[in-house]
Design a protein around this ligand. Sequence first.
Ligand SMILES: [Ca+2]
Length: 282
Amino acid sequence: MNPLRIFAATAIAVSLYVAPPFVTGPAEADTISDAALKVRPIDDVFTNGPPRIEDLTSLDGILRFVSSVPLACSMVYGETAAFGQVTVDQDMNGGAHTDHHPAITGLKPDTTYFYRVQGTAVDGTLYVSKVQTFHTPKRDANAALNLASLDAGARVTAVSSNFGGGANDASWGANSAIDGSRATEWSTNGDGDKGFIEIEFAKSSDVGAIEVWTRSMSNNTAQIFEFTVTADSGQTAGPFKLPDAAKPHRFEVDLQAKRLRLDVVASNGGNVGLVEFAAYPR
Ligand SMILES: [Ca+2]
């Protein structure tokens, strides 16, 4: 058949097709009444003081607050009041919860940011804060070299497991423990007290301190309470106790190491892992 005829036949067939009436569609959104949409100040639901920006560095920070009702929480932020970035809680459990700590990433040093906190409750009420600002500090030129970072040439040489059997560079993979980002976490696949990770430095080093930041989940699993570190020389340090999962904790050590292995000694089980691991030269 002539190609033009095929085209014409197709066009007629398409024009004869009658779309079924929409059950839902964009026009429906206009029918939501103001009375049905409940927007309340977030002041109604915070229990431990207003939402606050914590652990602010020149590159990232954390928003923290506790709400009296479970919320799916987000924060919009940007260099103007038009925002442009959004962060949500990275809790593996998902859904609405009360202990909020979304990571604020992708920041520039010495810059003012506008932000607004927004939480949705299961009854549909949207709780919002006023637009506020924060200012990031200047970059710290004297920051100590973290031997265990991917940036410094370190790599993961062994790991008990990654969540879902993923690769080290996948989401929840072991590289997330040494990528310098608080927004990413290494999670084991339910290893509990059997969890471990081994990191090789770019060169053999005299390690004077380590920093360990355990992950946790809102269902009271995945948190490391106690661990040891063992160097490839055979020296072991610890066990050390981690008081919480809110931030990295620093421990003085004296280890000659090309590779360091962290072993979980005590946890509340499940998908234990790390937000970050760091090692600093003596
Ligand atoms: Ca990380």
